[in-house]
Design a binder for this molecule. Structure first.
Ligand SMILES: NC(=O)c1ccc[n+]([C@@H]2O[C@H](COP(=O)([O-])OP(=O)(O)OC[C@H]3O[C@@H](n4cnc5c(N)ncnc54)[C@H](O)[C@@H]3O)[C@@H](O)[C@H]2O)c1
Length: 256
């Protein structure tokens, strides 16, 4: 029970394949009390249904579309009222307009670039700030990133730029929140078949290549990413902040 007594808010679950849902299940199994976020009415029912599967009912299931600053602001009150202080924040959300994940990066339009960075990167900063008054001492902030931040991966395009900025944001947030005892880290997950991932052109080929080249000779499971999130949220990781941990069956170390 690594997370007994800890209250952790997770944004956002879309369906049972979401990495956020794998994290929710793993954290629930380790005794955490959860707040679950969903983006909009389209995913609300699915998330409320999934919540029934947890051993402990979530303290709250809350809407959070990060395109609306007022929804982010409102979380301070709604989450504060339902759980008071929190010991963890999981940021597991991203979005890029579909055409950005098909055409060459060179042709990324201004609006699409800004939207991708707002939803996928700035949202971490905004959520961390809104929850700062609610963070318990030694709280843990965790976000999800991908190797496309470090290396060029076909079709990942502007999302790679957003993830590079996300990883830099992790370091700056770790610096700013460190004096309060709050840790900020990222998990760089290998490819996992989710709704967001299937939006990337050629994603199934990526899965295939990853499996062939990764030292462990297979793709990573969402459960393994979730276990790393449990570790980062737990007191076992009390000395780790500003870090990007690869949970990708070793793919990132391979050159050819
Ligand atoms: N699946 C992979 O291969 C993979 C690998 C590395 C990192 N990641 C990252 O993991 C995170 C979770 O993605 P996933 O793969 O579980 O896919 P997913 O589709 O299950 O989750 C994406 C989430 O983003 C949310 N979202 C999109 N736009 C939003 C907005 N405007 N406001 C609030 N929420 C919004 C969706 O509602 C959904 O819950 C993302 O940051 C993704 O980049 C995924």
């Amino acid at each position: 029970m690594l997370l007994e007594g800890k209250r952790i808010a997770i944004f956002n679950v879309a369906n049972k394949r979401s990495i956020a849902w794998a994290i929710a299940k793993a954290m629930d199994a380790q005794g955490a009390e959860l707040v679950l976020g969903y983006q909009n009415e389209r995913t609300k029912d699915a998330v409320q249904g999934l919540a029934q599967e947890l051993t402990k009912m979530p303290a709250a299931v809350v809407p959070c579309d990060v395109a609306f600053p007022e929804q982010i602001e409102a979380l301070q009150e709604t989450v504060g009222e339902s759980v008071g202080t929190i010991h963890g924040l999981v940021h597991s959300l991203a979005y890029a307009p579909k055409n950005c994940l098909h055409h060459p990066f060179l042709f990324t339009e201004r609006e699409d670039f800004l939207t991708t960075l707002e939803i996928s990167t700035y949202s971490l900063v905004a959520l961390a700030r809104v929850f700062t008054p609610l963070f318990a001492h030694e709280a843990s902030v965790i976000t999800l990133t991908y190797l496309g931040s470090e290396k060029v991966l076909p079709n990942y395009n502007v999302m790679g730029v957003a993830k590079a900025a996300l990883e830099a944001s992790v370091r700056y947030l770790a610096h700013d929140l460190g004096p309060a005892g709050v840790r900020v880290n990222a998990i760089s997950a290998g490819p996992i078949n989710t709704v967001a991932a299937r939006g990337i052109s050629g994603f199934l080929d990526m899965l295939d290549l990853h499996q062939k080249k990764a030292p462990l000779g297979r793709n990573v499971e969402a459960r393994e990413v979730a276990d790393a999130a449990v570790f980062l949220a737990s007191d076992l990781a009390s000395g780790i902040t500003g870090e990007v941990i690869h949970v990708d069956t070793g793919y990132h170390i391979v050159g050819v």
